[in-house]
Ligand binder design. Structure first.
Ligand code: SF4
Ligand code: SF4
Length: 803
C-alpha cells in the first residue's frame, strides 16, 4: 500500500488569526503527528500563490493527503479540491477545516485554550485524512425525454417549455380532454380573461397559426414538435431510476379514431342515450358520444363507456361519414422511457355534502363556485344566464359562503388561498351582466394577497356587492316561495341575520386531486400533512421532490391561481431540463454499501432509507441481501445508524474514520473545563456552529465539534465510545425534526439519544451528560448557548466515573 504523506497547510488569515492562535505551537504540534510529510504556514490557500503552493506540493513532494485550515471553508474547499484534482490527487482525500469560525473567533478571549483546541482540530483532520479512501465520480446515462402527468394549466405549460427546449415530452392526462379544472372555471381573475385562453401556454407558434400566442384553439399547442399528448390515459406503473424510468401508461379507448373525426356532430344527433353532463355541473344533459364545449384538445368526440349501448345500438357507427367510430377499441398499454417526471395533477373542489348544515346535494339551489362558473360561461349550460337549478328561473338574490370546508378543523384546516378571489370574480361578473342582482358575500376574512387583487375587492364593493363578516350556521329551504334562508351572525355588527336567497354559492375548499396518494406511492415521493405532494423544501426548492428527476408543479403542491401555476411550471421545466440536459448524471460515490456477509435481510434499511435507494435482492436459496443504488443514495447514512448488525457503511464516513477523528478531538484538552463532544450534522447543525463563530459569539473551548453527514448515521454505541475516548458530555446537534435535510435523520437521532440515555442510566452514568439539540443554521446563538449550558451542567455533575 502506498505510504500516506499528509500535507498540512495552515492559513493565518492575513495574520488575523495569529493574534489569537499560536501558529508556531500549532506548526510544531502538527509536525509531530505521524504521517505528516509537510507543514506550510501561509495565507489564502484557496487562491493565487497559496493555491499554487498546494499544487506544487502535490506534484513535487508527492503529497497524497491534504489538510487545509482555511477560512470560508465552504467556498475555499471547492477551489482547493478542484486544484488538487487537477494536480492529480483524488478529490476525496482532502480535508478542509475552519480555525477561524470554529476556534479563534469564539474563543478569542482565551487564546491559550483556543490554541490547544486548534491542535485537537488539526490532529482530528489529519487522522481522518489518513484513513480516507479514494472515491470515483460516477456517471449514469439520462434519457432526454420527460413525462408530464396532468394536462391542466401547469402540465401544459411545463410540457410546452420542455418540448420547445428540444426534449421529447409525453403529456399524460387521465380525462378525455386537456384543460383540467381550469377549463371549467369560466373566466379568471384578475384579468377576467376566459380560462380556455389562459390555460393555453404562451406558445410561440405564430409561424404555424399567424394568430394568438395565448388561445388554446389557435396557439397550435398540439402541433408543438416533440410533444406527444396522451388523453384518456393514466400512469399505472413507474420503474427504474432517475434519468432512466420505464413508465407504463394505460390508454383507455376513446372509441373514436382521433385521426378521422371531423367534428360534424352527426353522431350526437342519432345517439339515443342522454345522461347528465358532469362537466357542465349537470345543468344540462349530453349524449353518450360527446365533446366538451368549448372543445379544447383533442378536438374530437369520445364515447362514455358507462352510458353507451355499444353493439345494441351502434347508430353513430352507421352515420359517421368518415368511419371514425370504433366500438371495438380496447385499452392499450404503452411503455415510455423517460429521464424525468413532472407531476402536475392539480387539485379539486372539496365535496361539501358532508357539511350537513349547508344541505349541498339536497337543495338544488345550493351550488359550488365551480358549478356557478359553468353558468357564467357563455359556452356553458345556461349560455351565461344565472338561474336557480330547481326551477330554472333567474336567480336575483345570491349569497356566497366563504371557507366552506376550509379553515375548519372538522374538515380541512388550511386556507385554500384562491377561493376569496374566485367568489369576488364570479360576483363581479354577475353584477356586470345583471346589475340588479343582489349579492352578499359571507366571509371570515377576505384574503386578496396577489398583485391587483385588493383593487379587485375594492371594485366589488363599489359595484354594490355586500359583505357580511360571519360564517353562516345553517341554510334552510322555504318551500312556499322556493327560497333559501341563510342564518348568519355578523361579527362586526354583532347581529343575527336571516338572508333570503335564490341561489347559495359555496366557496369550497380545494383539496388534493384523486389518485394523489396512489401516484405518490408509485413514484416514492411524499405527501404533506394536508395530502398534497410535498416539495423537497417549501422555501427554496418548491418544485423539487426528494427524488432527483421527479418534479412538481401547479396545484399538485397546494391550490394556486393561474399565474402562480404557470410560474411553477416554468420552474419545474427548468429544473428538469437542467437535470437531463447533458444526457448523463454525474454523482459522487459518497454512498452506502452493504457487506453481504453480515447482512441479515431484516429489511430495516430498505424501509428506513428516505430515498428508496435500497432494495433486497435474492442471495442463495432463501436469503436476501440489501443492495444500494449509487444513483439514488444521497449519502445521509441513516441506514448505517439503523442496521442492527453493522452490515452497511457509508463511504467517506466509515466507522474507523469517525472513531479516529473522535479520539483525536478528545486527545487534547488544554482547558480547565470538562471535554464535550458536539456531533453535528453537516447541514443545519454544523452551519449553526459556523454562524456562532461568524457572529463572534463566545462559548467555552472545551467543546469540540465533529461533523457527520446527518445525525441519523449515529449509533448508540458511538455515544458510549465518545465517553470512553474522554468526553465528559456529548451534544448531538441536528436540524429541526420537521426540517431535516434527509427527512427523518434528526428524528431518528433523537430516538437514539433517548435510548442511549436509558442505557447510560443502567450503566450508572448520568443521562444528562448526553443531549440532543435541534436548530436551524442561523441559530448560532442557540449553539453557543447550548455549548455553555452543557459545560455548566457537566461541571456540576463532576467528573465522569466509568466502570
Ligand atoms: S438493515 Fe442491515 S441487515 Fe437489514 S437488510 Fe439492511 S443491510 Fe441487511
Ligand atoms: S445513506 Fe441514506 S440515502 Fe443512502 S442508502 Fe443509506 S439511508 Fe438511503
Amino acid at each position: 500500500m502506498e505510504e500516506v504523506k499528509v500535507g498540512v497547510f495552515l492559513s493565518d488569515c492575513g495574520k488575523q488569526l495569529a493574534e489569537i492562535l499560536d501558529f508556531k505551537a500549532l506548526t510544531e504540534h502538527v509536525k509531530k503527528v505521524s504521517g505528516v510529510a509537510l507543514v506550510v504556514r501561509g495565507n489564502e490557500f484557496w487562491r493565487g500563490e497559496g493555491l499554487k503552493t498546494i499544487v506544487d506540493a502535490i506534484k513535487s513532494k508527492k503529497i497524497n493527503r491534504l489538510v487545509v485550515a482555511e477560512t470560508l471553508p465552504k467556498l475555499s474547499e471547492v477551489k482547493i479540491v478542484k486544484a488538487a484534482e487537477e494536480a492529480g490527487l483524488n478529490p476525496y482525500l482532502v480535508e478542509v477545516i475552519d480555525l477561524k469560525d470554529h476556534c479563534a473567533w469564539p474563543h478569542r478571549d482565551a487564546p491559550l485554550e483556543a490554541t490547544e483546541k486548534a491542535k485537537a482540530m488539526l490532529s482530528a483532520a489529519i487522522e481522518r485524512a489518513k484513513l480516507l479512501e479514494p472515491l470515483e465520480k460516477l456517471e449514469f446515462p439520462a434519457v432526454k425525454s420527460v413525462l408530464v402527468i396532468g394536462g391542466g394549466i401547469a402540465g401544459m405549460q411545463a410540457a410546452e417549455d420542455l418540448a420547445d427546449l428540444g426534449f421529447e415530452v409525453h403529456l399524460v392526462e387521465k380525462a378525455p380532454f386537456l384543460g383540467g379544472l381550469a377549463a371549467r372555471a369560466g373566466r379568471f381573475f384578475p384579468t377576467d380573461d376566459c380560462a380556455i385562453c389562459i390555460q393555453s401556454p404562451a406558445s410561440d407558434v405564430k409561424a404555424i397559426t399567424h394568430t394568438s400566442r395565448k388561445c388554446v384553439y389557435r396557439s397550435g399547442f398540439s402541433e408543438i414538435p416533440n410533444l406527444n399528448i396522451l388523453t384518456n390515459s393514466k400512469v399505472v406503473k413507474v420503474e427504474g431510476v432517475p434519468g432512466n424510468y420505464k413508465v407504463t401508461v394505460e390508454k383507455k379507448p376513446r372509441y373514436v379514431d382521433e385521426s378521422k373525426c371531423v367534428r360534424c356532430d352527426l353522431c350526437t344527433t342519432v345517439c339515443p342515450v342522454e345522461v347528465p353532463d358532469e362537466y357542465n355541473a349537470k345543468l344540462k344533459t349530453r349524449k353518450a358520444i360527446y365533446i366538451n364545449t368549448p372543445p379544447v384538445h383533442p378536438p374530437v368526440y369520445v364515447i362514455d363507456e358507462s352510458a353507451c349501448k355499444f353493439q345494441e345500438c351502434a347508430k353513430c357507427v352507421e352515420i359517421c361519414p368518415t368511419k371514425a367510430v370504433k366500438l371495438n377499441q380496447k385499452t392499450e398499454k404503452l411503455t415510455l422511457n423517460v429521464g424525468g417526471i413532472i407531476v402536475a395533477t392539480g387539485f379539486k373542489e372539496y365535496d361539501p355534502s358532508v357539511i350537513k348544515e349547508y344541505h349541498y346535494g339536497e337543495y338544488p339551489d345550493v351550488i359550488t363556485n365551480l358549478e356557478l362558473a359553468r353558468m357564467i360561461d357563455g359556452f356553458g349550460p345556461t349560455n351565461g344566464a344565472i338561474i336557480k337549478p330547481s326551477d330554472r328561473k333567474p336567480a336575483k338574490r345570491i349569497v356566497f359562503i366563504q371557507c366552506v370546508g376550509s379553515r375548519d378543523r372538522r374538515w380541512n384546516p388550511w386556507c385554500s388561498s384562491i377561493c376569496c378571489m374566485i367568489s369576488l370574480k364570479n360576483a363581479m361578473l354577475i353584477k356586470s351582466a345583471y346589475p340588479d342582482t343582489d349579492i352578499t358575500i359571507c366571509y371570515i376574512d377576505i384574503r386578496t394577497t396577489g398583485r391587483e387583487h385588493e383593487y379587485y375587492y375594492e371594485k366589488a364593493r363599489e359595484m354594490g356587492i355586500k359583505f357580511v363578516k360571519g360564517r353562516p350556521t345553517e341554510i334552510s329551504h322555504d318551500p312556499d316561495g322556493n327560497i333559501l334562508i341563510v342564518d348568519v351572525e355578523d361579527a362586526i355588527l354583532r347581529r343575527f341575520f336571516e338572508l333570503e336567497a335564490d341561489l347559495v354559492v359555496l366557496a369550497t375548499a380545494m383539496v388534493p386531486s384523486e389518485d394523489t396518494k396512489e401516484l405518490a406511492e408509485m413514484l416514492g415521493i411524499e405527501l404533506d400533512q394536508d395530502g398534497f405532494f410535498k416539495e423537497y423544501n417549501a422555501k427554496l426548492r418548491p418544485t423539487e421532490t426528494k427524488i432527483r428527476g421527479i418534479y412538481l408543479c401547479g396545484g399538485a403542491t397546494f391550490p394556486k391561481d393561474a399565474p402562480t401555476s404557470s410560474l411553477h411550471a416554468h420552474s419545474a421545466a427548468v429544473k428538469t431540463a437542467k437535470f437531463l440536459s447533458t444526457g448523463k448524471i454525474i454523482k459522487d460515490q459518497r454512498t452506502a454499501f452493504v457487506n453481504e456477509e453480515y447482512c441479515g435481510d431484516c429489511e430495516f434499511c430498505p424501509v428506513i432509507c428516505p430515498f428508496n435507494a435500497i432494495t433486497l435482492v435474492p442471495k442463495g436459496e432463501d436469503h436476501f441481501v440489501a443492495q444500494v443504488s449509487d444513483l439514488k443514495c444521497e449519502g445521509c447514512g441513516i441506514c448505517v445508524g439503523t442496521c442492527p448488525v453493522n452490515a452497511i457503511e457509508l463511504r467517506h464516513s466509515r466507522p474507523n474514520q469517525m472513531e479516529a477523528q473522535m479520539n483525536a478531538l478528545l486527545s487534547v484538552n488544554g482547558t480547565s473545563k470538562p471535554l464535550i463532544l458536539a456531533i453535528t450534522c453537516s447541514e443545519c447543525g454544523h452551519t449553526a456552529v459556523d454562524s456562532s463563530g461568524m457572529a463572534m459569539m463566545q462559548y467555552p473551548a472545551n467543546v469540540r465539534v465533529m461533523k457527520v453527514p446527518c445525525t441519523g448515521i449515529l449509533q448508540v454505541h458511538q455515544f458510549l465510545q465518545a465517553f470512553k475516548a474522554g468526553a465528559q458530555g456529548v451534544m448531538v446537534v441536528g436540524c429541526k425534526t420537521d426540517g431535516c435535510h434527509y427527512e427523518v435523520g434528526s428524528q431518528k437521532a433523537q430516538k437514539k439519544v433517548d435510548l442511549a440515555k436509558v442505557l447510560l442510566k443502567e450503566y450508572g452514568i448520568e443521562p444528562e451528560r448526553l443531549e440532543m439539540f435541534h436548530m436551524v443554521f442561523i441559530e448560532g446563538d442557540k449553539f453557543a448557548e447550548a455549548a455553555q449550558m452543557m459545560t455548566e451542567r457537566i461541571e456540576k455533575l463532576g467528573p465522569l466515573q466509568l466502570m
